[in-house]
Design a protein. Structure first.
Length: 383
C-alpha cells in the first residue's frame, strides 16, 4: 500500500501550508481575459456533458432529465427510458459518458441517485448503461441495465460523488461520496461509502484491482478515505486517474488517485469544521495517508468537474488542468511542470458570477463548461 514517510515536523507542516497558499495566490500571467460564449441555455442544474461524434451533446439535468443538445443549442425533449431518479439536495441525475466503443454499440453510461427498493427513505449512487437512439422522437434509451449500486444505502441527500471515467483498459472508475452522515465508514473496506471503485463493463471487480483477495475488503474498491469526489479525469500522458474532492472548510483537494491508497478522510485532512473552526482528525499529514497534490485553504472553492487540455486552441495553455469551482464561482487553471506537479494556478471567468459544475474538452479542441443554476448554460471558452 502507501509507502511510509517520516513523521512531519511542525516546520515541514508550516512550509507545506505556505507552499499551498503561495500556489493559491500565484498571479495570473498578463493576457487578454478569455471569453465565455453561450452555446445553450435553459437547462435546470446541468451536471455533466458528453459529446456525440456528430457534434451534438448529451447533458444531464440534476432533477432527472437527459437532453440531446444540437450544435445550434436547441434542446431535445427529455430522453425516454431512464430509471427513476431520486432528486433532492445534492442528489439526482449526475454524470454521463459515452462508451469507448460507442460507434459499435451506441451505449452510454450514467450515474444517478437510486432509492432503496425496500425502504424509499434510503438511497445511494448507482451506475447504469443503455443503448441510446438520439434521433428518435423523443430520444430514447433501450436495453437499460443497472450494473452497480453503492452499498449500504442511507437516508439524506448529500455527498454522492458520481463521476465516471474509463481507463485505457476499458475498465471504469466511479467516485462515491461518504454520504456525510457516515464519514466514519470512509476508511473501512467492507462498504462502498467514501470510495472510488474500479469495475468492468458488467459491474464486476477486475482481477487486477488492488484489494482482490483481501479478507474483509470489497474487491471493487480502488481507493478509500474520500469525502465527496465530484471531479475525475485521466491524465492524457500517463493514463493515471486524477480527482477533485470536496473537503470541509479549507480542505478541498486535488489528488493523484492511485490504487490501493488511503486518502485520509476523516482521520487526516487540512480542513476544519465549518461551524466551529476546530480541527478534524489528526491534522493534514500522516505516514499511511496519500497526500493531495494540492489543497485549497483557508477557504474552500468546492471543486467539481475537471479536464486536461491537450489541444492547441489556447496559446500557452496546452497541458494545463482546468477545474470547475462551485463556491468560488470560477474556472481554475492549474499549470503543471515537467513532472506533472502543480506549480501555479489562476482563476478565470469570475466576472460571470456562475457556479461552474463541469469542464470538458470538445472534439473541436475548445473547452466547454456547464453552469449550475436553474437556468444553466453550456459555455464555450474562447481565448
Amino acid at each position: 500500500m502507501t509507502a511510509r514517510r517520516s513523521t512531519p515536523t511542525a516546520l515541514t507542516l508550516a512550509l507545506a501550508l505556505s507552499a499551498v497558499l503561495l500556489l493559491a495566490a500565484a498571479p495570473a500571467p498578463a493576457r487578454a481575459a478569455p471569453k465565455a460564449e453561450t452555446v445553450a441555455h435553459g437547462l435546470v442544474n446541468p451536471w455533466s456533458l458528453a459529446f456525440l461524434p456528430d457534434g451534438r451533446m448529451l447533458v444531464t439535468e440534476r432533477p432527472g432529465r437527459l437532453r440531446v443538445v444540437a450544435a445550434d443549442g436547441r434542446l431535445s425533449a427529455p430522453v425516454a427510458g431512464l430509471p427513476p431518479v431520486v432528486a433532492g439536495g445534492q442528489g439526482g441525475l449526475l454524470d454521463v459518458v459515452l462508451d469507448p466503443d460507442w460507434r459499435q454499440n451506441q451505449r452510454v453510461w450514467w450515474s444517478y441517485v437510486e432509492a432503496d427498493a425496500a425502504d424509499g427513505s434510503r438511497n445511494g449512487t448507482a451506475l447504469a448503461r443503455g443503448r441510446l437512439d438520439p434521433d428518435s422522437q423523443p430520444p430514447r434509451l433501450s436495453e437499460v441495465q443497472v450494473v452497480y449500486r453503492q452499498q449500504p444505502k442511507l437516508g439524506g441527500a448529500l455527498h454522492y460523488g458520481g463521476r465516471i471515467v474509463f481507463d485505457r483498459q476499458g475498465r471504469l472508475f466511479l467516485t462515491l461520496g461518504e454520504r456525510f452522515s457516515a464519514k466514519d465508514q470512509a476508511p473501512k473496506l467492507d462498504n462502498a461509502l467514501g470510495k472510488i471503485v474500479r469495475l468492468d463493463t458488467e459491474g464486476r471487480a477486475p482481477a487486477d484491482n488492488p484489494l482482490t483477495g483481501r479478507s474483509g475488503a470489497r474487491p471493487e474498491i480502488w481507493s478509500w478515505g474520500h469525502r465527496n469526489p465530484q471531479g475525475a479525469a485521466l491524465h492524457p500522458r500517463t493514463g493515471e486517474l486524477w480527482t477533485t474532492e470536496h473537503g470541509p472548510q479549507g480542505g478541498d483537494e486535488l489528488n493523484l488517485t492511485r490504487g490501493g491508497r488511503f486518502f485520509g478522510w476523516p482521520e487526516v485532512t487540512w480542513g476544519r469544521n465549518y461551524v466551529t473552526g476546530t480541527r478534524i482528525g489528526e491534522g493534514g499529514e500522516r505516514a499511511d495517508v496519500e497526500p493531495p497534490l494540492l489543497w485549497w485553504g483557508p477557504t474552500s472553492i468546492a471543486p467539481s468537474g475537471m479536464a486536461f487540455l491537450s489541444s492547441e486552441r489556447y496559446p500557452g495553455w496546452q497541458g494545463s488542468l482546468f477545474i470547475g469551482a462551485l463556491r468560488a464561482q470560477a474556472l481554475v487553471r492549474i499549470t503543471l511542470d515537467e513532472r506533472q506537479r502543480p506549480v501555479a494556478q489562476e482563476r478565470l471567468l469570475q466576472d460571470l458570477g456562475e457556479r461552474i459544475r463541469d469542464v470538458r474538452q470538445g472534439p473541436d479542441g475548445w473547452l466547454y463548461l456547464l453552469t449550475d443554476s436553474p437556468d444553466g448554460r453550456i459555455l464555450r471558452l474562447r481565448p
